[in-house]
Design a protein around this ligand. Structure first.
Ligand code: PTJ
Length: 259
């Protein structure tokens, strides 16, 4: 479908088109389209821009990723559809391993996503033939690579489900999540929940990674001072403030002009 550039929702419609194309290409699943709609609803509440608390979480995410010994970025269908290039660039900057891990797992889809990431410039993407299982997780998301997610110390999980986040945290890993829903189990369970839209978040984390790479003191200071509870609290306050502002604007009586 051709979307006119002048359409007021051009970016949002283009993103949807990308996902639909990825679904037709067997990269994203229909459930991914539903997940995207949920994300969009939250993004409206957040004003479709990175909030100040999200920026703080993104800096903390970058600090954890650059100080990790075995960082891994987990990629699913939606992430491959919307942010393959950005993920590869971030993985190179950290540097981190990329592993394809799917909730609705089929080997054919894993291979398609690996190929899409390779086309975006990634090398040695893990995904097919996993040799390990994340303990106490019954879904196919438990399948992992020993040299990837299984032995990672820090895992970045964009658009995740809560069960695996919880299982990874139970294994002692630092889990950085990207999820627009601050109330999701993923956001609640992750070590660093980043409440922002996927592409915005990845670009911001990438920028902070490049800033922090050569600065271990600043990186350590950011990790020391980051508070998950404080940060999520700030996200709730931000949404509350936005809604109250919107309500005030709508209910303010119009002034009569005195002539
Ligand atoms: O490709 P698969 O088989 O691994 O499946 C991927 C999906 C996304 C279908 C799967 O992981 C899933 O079911 O996820 P959930 O449990 O629906 O969670 C997705 C979360 O991501 C929801 O809380 C959404 O609000 C959020 N979300 C959706 N789109 C975005 C987003 N967060 C940030 N940026 C987005 N673009």
């Amino acid at each position: 479908m051709k979307i006119p550039k002048t359409h007021p929702r051009h970016t949002s419609l283009m993103t949807r088109e990308k996902l639909v194309k990825a679904w037709k290409a067997g990269v994203a699943v229909p459930e991914g389209l539903i997940a995207h709609g949920r994300g969009e609803a939250w993004d409206y509440l957040l004003g479709e821009e990175t909030s100040a608390p999200a920026l703080v979480a993104e800096k903390a995410a970058a600090a954890y990723l650059v100080s990790a010994k075995r960082p891994v970025i987990s990629v699913n269908g939606n992430v491959a559809a919307l942010a393959s290039k950005e993920i590869v660039r971030l993985a190179n900057a950290i540097p981190a391993t990329i592993e394809v891990n799917l909730f609705h797992r089929t080997e054919a889809r894993i291979n398609r996503i690996v190929r899409r990431l390779a086309k975006a410039g990634a090398r040695n993407v893990l995904g097919p033939r996993p040799g390990a299982r994340i303990p106490r997780l019954d879904s196919n998301r438990a399948l992992a690579h020993r040299d990837g997610i299984y032995r990672a110390d820090v895992v970045l999980v964009p658009l995740e489900d809560g069960d695996r986040t919880e299982a990874l945290v139970r294994m002692g890993k630092t889990v950085v999540a990207i999820d627009l829903n601050p109330l999701s189990r993923t956001s609640q369970m992750a070590t660093v929940p980043v409440v922002d839209e996927l592409t915005r978040a990845v670009l911001n984390i990438d920028k902070f990674v490049r800033e922090l790479r050569g600065n271990p003191e600043e990186t350590a200071r950011i990790i020391r001072t980051y508070s998950k509870a404080g940060n999520l609290g700030a996200v709730y306050s931000y949404i509350n403030w936005r809604l109250r502002n919107l309500a005030r604007k709508r209910t303010r009586p119009k002034r009569r002009r005195v002539t």
